[in-house]
Design a protein around this ligand. Sequence first.
Ligand code: SAH
Length: 199
Amino acid sequence: MPTSDAHALPTSVDFAHDLVRARVQPGDWVIDATAGNGHDTLFLAQLVTATGRVFAFDVQPEAIASTHVRLREEGSLEPCTLIHDSHHRLADHLPTEACGHLAAVMFNLGWLPGHDKTCITRTETTLSAVESALEWLRPGGLLTIVVYPGHSGGDTEAQAVIDWASLLASNTHEVRHLRPANRIGKSPECLAIRKRPTL
Ligand code: SAH
């Protein structure tokens, strides 16, 4: 039996990464809305390179500190601004010229693995944040949200995000819901929303 399966289908986190990787270029401005341990912040920093900008949010000081360490170790601090605040206040922290110019915004909801499970993302602030994120995207920009219906408290949040996304007008937004069809309600799911380019 092989220990790893190189041909396994993408997980919901992989889907989010694959979609972002194909659409974010050096020089782009992006947001990691849930920095956690900094994996996505680093991923984004490597895509936008030193000429781009990554704004990374987290409400836990430990998450900001661990993201900082990861970025420093990888030599990727330069494009990053780490913001110790809730993502729903993004407009208070980003320069106004970023509005309508973001290439991508990534959310990975839930709690920080290995940390306080009571510090989870909450439906109300999540909905407010995804709404602002959409506003700040450029035409053609991409929003990804990994939701955790199987985590305690994550089910209602996941449903609220899915309901919100399903109501977006299809002439202005492409919306995809990617999930393991035989583990619904148990595994993470990925929502991908692209603001249609203005023609
Ligand atoms: N569930 C994922 C990890 C998510 S980490 C997994 O299993 O891999 C989610 C991060 O969001 C945590 O670090 C948490 O501190 C952060 N967070 C929670 N509420 C937030 C908010 N309102 N604004 C920004 N970050 C928040």
